[in-house]
Write a new protein. Sequence first.
Length: 105
Amino acid sequence: MTFAVEFSPAAAENLQRLFDFALQRELESATGDLDVPAIALQGIKDGLAFLALSPFSCRKVGSSAFVRELVIPFGASGYVALFEMVDGTRVIVGAVRHQREDDCH
């Protein structure tokens, strides 16, 4: 069984914000690599593709068995995606954050 992976409007905004942040960081760096933001975004998308196959293998968040988070490694840290399995066919990604963000949940 595979699940369709969908993005909430907030999660789509998170992806844009994470891309913009990575781009700004690279622009301000003396050794900036402008490929890094696109590589990071692709890494997030590749990690989220895992949810189509095995969302129940991710760790639970709170008391619901259907709300979970996926840790996506990237560089020295990575990202965390919060998602919910809404039925037997769909996973909705509610948020994507960098692991070092204060409001990761």
